[in-house]
Design a protein around this ligand. Structure first.
Ligand SMILES: NC(=O)c1ccc[n+]([C@@H]2O[C@H](COP(=O)([O-])OP(=O)(O)OC[C@H]3O[C@@H](n4cnc5c(N)ncnc54)[C@H](OP(=O)(O)O)[C@@H]3O)[C@@H](O)[C@H]2O)c1
Length: 244
């Protein structure tokens, strides 16, 4: 039997890279999507191949419809139809109050975090219906629930992902396609490099376990959601917050 195929968007580093490595260990052929970090994406591919897994790296801007469609076509040709999609690529646009927000920042945060997720799901679902089912995990954020601090643009984009997850799960359930969201709290990745030192200091003070989460701790939940063990879980938005 051929291996199931998983696309992980934004998998050159952070949560996406950890998910790609874990899913390869669980038997998926992996597409490591990236935008800028070609070398890091290739490192993830090599780490997977080193453990006898199957992976390819594909550059595509998840904020661009044509590039997303080309990504899925390239995966069809190289690995076969996708049965698992992790919509992980995301940016926070940096912290600023609403008075200073630019249209460009708003546009890029929503294009990548929201529109890209919609279009990737559209492309995945076409293929999943043809193969009799599939499984989607959207990466949200706890900021969706409390608004974040000076990060309304990002928080609102992730709130859109939560509602989209609920709606899509209901729409695709009759087709044997599950859709869930993972909602991380504060995870130790480079996404925080765009934040001010003051914001990071405040974040750290707010963490009940006294530490950020690890990317592998988020990847474990993604792996479970993409496994048969979670077969009746769909339309769920699951926090990974260390009790924050
Ligand atoms: N870390 C946290 O505390 C946290 C908390 C809640 C939610 N999240 C969410 O978790 C997801 C992953 O975050 P992370 O912390 O792992 O981020 P990260 O370390 O900054 O990595 C972001 C990844 O997304 C990719 N990416 C960015 N823009 C892209 C685009 N237009 N097209 C394709 N790929 C793109 C980057 O690729 P290149 O490097 O190749 O450009 C990189 O692989 C995001 O959706 C984020 O909002 C993170």
């Amino acid at each position: 039997m051929s291996q199931p195929v998983a696309i992980i968007t934004g998998a050159s580093r952070g949560i996406g890279a950890a998910a790609a490595i874990l899913l390869a260990e669980r038997g998926f052929s992996i597409c490591v999507n990236y935008l800028n970090a070609k070398e890091k994406a290739e490192e993830v591919v090599n780490a997977i191949k080193h453990k006898n897994g199957k992976a390819i790296a594909i550059k595509a801007d998840m904020g661009n419809e044509n590039e997303i469609m080309r990504l899925f076509a390239d995966v069809d040709a190289a690995l076969g139809p996708v049965s698992a999609l992790v919509n992980n690529a995301g940016i926070n646009g940096g912290s600023c109050d609403l008075a200073s927000i630019s249209f460009d920042t708003l546009h890029s945060v929503f294009a990548i975090n929201v529109f890209g997720t919609f279009i990737a799901c559209r492309e995945a679902i076409k293929r999943m219906k043809q193969i009799g089912g599939g499984n989607i995990v959207n990466i949200s954020s706890e900021a969706a629930k409390f608004g974040g601090t000076k990060i309304a643009h990002y928080s609102a984009s992730k709130a859109a992902i939560n509602t989209f997850t609920l709606a899509l799960a209901r729409e695709t359930a009759p087709f044997n396609i599950r859709v869930n969201a993972v909602s991380p709290g504060v995870i130790d990745t480079e996404i925080h490099h765009a934040s001010s030192p003051e914001r990071i200091e405040n974040l750290l003070k707010s963490l009940p376990m006294g530490r950020m989460g690890k990317t592998e701790e988020v990847a474990e939940l993604i792996g479970w959601l993409l496994s048969p063990q979670s077969s009746y879980v769909s339309g769920a938005i699951i926090p990974v917050t260390g009790s924050r």
